[in-house]
Unconditional design. Structure first.
Length: 251
């Protein structure tokens, strides 16, 4: 086998062809399952898309490179389930473009971070990480206090709608108003946000400054939504736990 490899290295075009063949086989193995993804991945009935404010926060999350250190994919391993919660389901990310699953974990996985910490904790952690986690190596993001630009929200929702995310005309038309309303729990638009995105949507002043809408509002809203868009993972984990027999061999 080694002699064959050495002889192949002497023929440059043969080596190129062999590399192309090997890469093609690997590519087919990875890509082929995607052609049947609509048949194998069933969307949960309660799955909702991100609100405009959460979507703006997701854009900031990607812009600042947060995905490079934090994955959003809990694996089905006992220690990960104990630390993070239910393992991630492909259907949870059906509306995510691009999907932020991954294996890089300089920081903890964030797939289930929604509701785990208070808004104030997130605000302090993003502005000065070591004020809440002394050993943190995360950089500070003081510029997140600047006003949130909502001009492109309508275009983002329109684009995602073309990709299959269920944003209707009312959601698209009210995108800017809904982004502001989600950070104003006592405002007139709060009920409209709930009507469009469901009663479980978190509506509050995220950054502690009710006088304006900031990038910090958007990013915290997005973080608080992670793991809350559907109950499917928790339902599956609960059902799986019920099937595990106890110490006496009973279920």
């Amino acid at each position: 086998m080694l002699r064959l490899h050495y002889n192949l290295e002497k023929v440059s075009m043969g080596l190129v062809v062999a590399i192309i063949v090997a890469a093609s086989i690997g590519g087919i193995v990875e890509i082929a399952p995607l052609f049947t993804i609509d048949e194998t991945v069933e969307l949960p009935d309660d799955l909702r898309p991100h609100t405009p404010l959460e979507l703006a926060g997701r854009h900031i999350y990607m812009r600042e490179g947060c995905y490079a250190c934090h994955s959003q994919m809990v694996r089905s391993l006992a220690d990960e389930l104990d630390r993070y919660g239910p393992y991630s389901l492909p259907s949870e990310s059906a509306y995510d473009h691009p999907m932020l699953w991954g294996s890089k974990r300089t920081g903890p996985d964030l797939a289930r971070v929604g509701g785990k910490y208070s808004d104030d904790w997130h605000a302090r952690h993003l502005i000065d990480p070591r004020s809440v986690v002394p050993a943190s190596i995360m950089p500070s993001y003081p510029w997140l206090r600047r006003p949130l630009d909502t001009e492109l929200l309508r275009e983002r929702l329109e684009t995602l709608a073309k990709l299959g995310v269920p944003y209707d005309e009312a959601m698209i038309g009210a995108s800017q108003a809904d982004a502001l309303a989600q950070s104003r729990p006592d405002g007139e638009g709060a009920d409209a946000v709930r009507a469009r995105y469901g009663e479980k949507v978190v509506i509050r002043d995220f950054d502690g400054d009710p006088s304006r809408l900031t990038e910090l509002d958007a990013l915290i809203a997005y973080l608080q939504s992670l793991g809350t868009l559907t109950d499917a993972p928790y339902t599956i984990l609960k059902a799986s736990s019920a099937d595990i027999p106890d110490g006496d061999g009973h279920e």
